[in-house]
Design a protein around this ligand. Structure first.
Ligand SMILES: N[C@@H](CCC(=O)N[C@@H](CS)C(=O)NCC(=O)O)C(=O)O
Length: 339
């Protein structure tokens, strides 16, 4: 009996390994829909409106891939799952890509059967506290109760940071970010910790955002980016080069506003990006002018940033002078060339 059970488990494990290698694009085209995994609705990154439409920085990467494949940014079905189950859901092929503030780490990249494509936002972990708590530094949180999301790098860094600083803490954990935020707002913990972008996003939806402050410390590196299943390099390339295309577009001054005029540009870098010269699309399984659709229908990297999370949005994450500025402006947003 035991042997039979073991055999069953082994078979289940075998079935879970990707039999989809090199077939994702064909599967998506045949289905006519891109299955894109996001998290529980989060302002700025993957926000859900009352009418059921999704929007945000990470959602626009799904839309960009959809535009590249279908010439339509909205052939996407969004799958909203918690951080704790995101990798299993992707590995089981419930989605074609995951685009939801996920940190690229060695273990995730090498031990889960997954592949990180690139980084679309450089972040770091911070702490949010009530302004009237009087706390001004994370080093004052010794002995505190900290709200932290299960299944995240946040959980691991929290333990590292307190241990490194010889401080103690009591974690309050939950898989559901909404439950955790309610706990924090109800006074159930002294601080809420997450990626700083995530804290800004959540705070923007608080009843009184001004009553909460972000402490100055950044306690980790959180390079966030989309993830695909390992074993389909062509698919990983497509996701990666759509994002590289959005970054190159910003660098070259090509936006959703001017892309039609730019399509006839004689600048060789622009001509290759927009497909009037060469055929980068061929190696990706899409048409030569795929980036025209992506930029026209979704936008360049800078447009996405300003629209969803920039200084003039309720999320209000400044870009200038940060890692997320273009490399030509002192940041590290840099894409390899289209050639
Ligand atoms: N970057 C971390 C955590 C990312 C994370 O989960 N971010 C926030 C952004 S607010 C979140 O709560 N997302 C909603 C969810 O968990 O579904 C990781 O990859 O483990």
């Amino acid at each position: 009996m035991k042997r039979i059970l073991l055999t069953g488990a082994a078979l289940a494990a075998l079935n879970a390994t990707p039999v989809f290698a090199q077939e994702t694009l064909a599967t998506v085209e045949e289905r006519g829909i891109l299955n894109c995994q996001v998290g529980l609705p989060t302002p700025g990154f993957y926000a859900l409106a009352e009418d059921g439409t999704w929007s945000g920085m990470d959602v626009d990467l799904c839309r960009g891939v959809s535009a590249a494949i279908f010439g339509d940014p909205d052939k996407v079905e969004y799958q909203s799952v918690t951080s704790a189950v995101r990798f299993t859901a992707l590995a089981n092929a419930e989605s074609d890509m995951l685009s939801r503030t996920t940190t690229w780490t060695a273990v995730r990249d090498t031990q889960l059967g997954l592949d990180f494509t690139t980084v679309n936002f450089y972040d770091g972990q911070g702490f949010l506290v009530p302004a009237d708590s009087g706390i001004t530094s994370a080093l004052e949180l010794d002995g505190g109760v900290i709200c932290v999301l299960t299944g995240t790098t946040t959980e691991l860094n929290l333990a590292d940071y307190f241990r490194a600083n010889e401080m103690s803490f009591t974690p309050v954990t939950n898989e559901n970010v909404n439950v955790l935020v309610e706990t924090y707002l109800g006074g159930g913990c002294d601080a809420y910790t997450n990626d700083k972008s995530g804290l800004a996003a959540r705070r923007s939806a608080f009843p009184s955002p001004d009553e909460h402050i972000l402490l100055p410390e950044t306690v980790s590196k959180e390079p966030l980016g989309p993830v695909v299943r390992q074993g389909d390099d062509a698919w990983a390339n497509l996701v990666r080069w759509v994002i590289f295309g959005m970054i190159n577009a910003e660098e070259l001054g090509v936006s959703s506003e001017n892309v039609d005029e730019m399509a006839t540009s004689t600048d060789p870098n622009i001509a290759r990006l927009l497909g009037s010269e060469g055929n980068i699309g061929e190696g990706l399984g899409v048409k030569p002018t795929f980036m025209i659709d992506v930029i026209k229908m979704v936008g360049n990297y800078g447009e996405l940033y300003e629209k969803h999370i920039g200084a003039n949005t309720p999320i209000g994450i400044p870009r200038e002078g940060t890692l997320n500025a273009l490399w030509t402006e002192g940041g590290i947003i840099y894409a390899p060339p289209f050639r």
